[in-house]
Design a protein around this ligand. Sequence first.
Ligand code: GDP
Length: 357
Amino acid sequence: MKVVLIGVGQAGGKVTQSLTQFDYDMGFDAVRGALAVNTAKADLQNLDIDTALIGQDRVKGHGVGGDNELGAQIMQENTTEILDELDGRITTEAEALVVVAGLGGGTGSGGAPMLARELKRIYEKPVYVLGILPGRDEGGLYQANAGRSLKTAAREADSLLLVDNDAWRGSGDSVADGFKRVNDAISQRVGLLFASGEAVEGVGESVVDSSEIINTLRGGGIASIGYASAEASEDAGENVNTITSVTRKALLTSMSLPNAVKADSALLVVAGDPERLSRKGVERARRWVEDQTGSMEVRGGDFPLGSDKIASLIVLSGVERSERIQEFMDRAREAAESQGATTDPDEFTNDELDGLF
Ligand code: GDP
């Protein structure tokens, strides 16, 4: 799937850069353009991709300091400028636009949903938000900001692909190491997903194409992604169990939103050397995903890659009614209240999320 990435805020810019780099290093060429937008000049100076500084008249390049309402306002005031920047980058070949942001900060939290809305208004392409949830030990302002941003992003985007900052962090990681590890994990998983839709027709028996990714996400709401790999035998027949076990591992231990398995639809991509992939294994794994997710809409396909390993990549769509999201919304509400905000009792519930779709 050919994509154009727009990173908003610090995390958005860093993850956009890391995804672009992964795609380039792997030679996939699925990322056709990338732009990082921020109100903080210093954050943009650390990036190698193209950048746009906005809101200088308001914050003089110093960022919005966690004020996501100001982040949203500045984005709104500058959409024309950003759309102009994007004009030459979003060509007809781009199949989807992906806005990337940390939902707990200010610029990305407020700006990403606003930008997604504008992009949807202008382009007849799916607009996804790749959003990062703050980890449990991050401050109350981050939790409260992310609660609001999550709901707005889920409403405005065609799908909100969520990554929980606690999902892939190592237990002994420093904050910087933790971010690096999470960003690398995002790049590999999401980068492979984009690239899987670019697989060459005829190489695999049943390759995935972009429309399957788009159709899996079509129901909207919140999506998650997971991945696991293992050494494969040279004999495809011996890999039936390898495929089912990496699929179990991907779904049960590696999702970007842990413990959220029930889904409306799903996509299972099995990557590996076509000579080593077992059709029976892929089909068995796909049926297992159907059972686990309770979804009758589980798409499956191969991604031919020259590798000694076999990997399963899983995308779940429609996971917003999960306990994990409710748990997060409770955390966000408590944080908002302890900051002195009066919250509408319905504001931080899954029920309201339900009502959005
Ligand atoms: P903004 O620049 O105002 O949009 O704010 P940030 O992008 O710094 O957003 C803060 C949120 O993003 C917090 O929840 C941080 O934990 C998270 N964050 C910041 N940098 C990174 C990063 O490099 N990787 C990840 N995964 N999360 C980050």
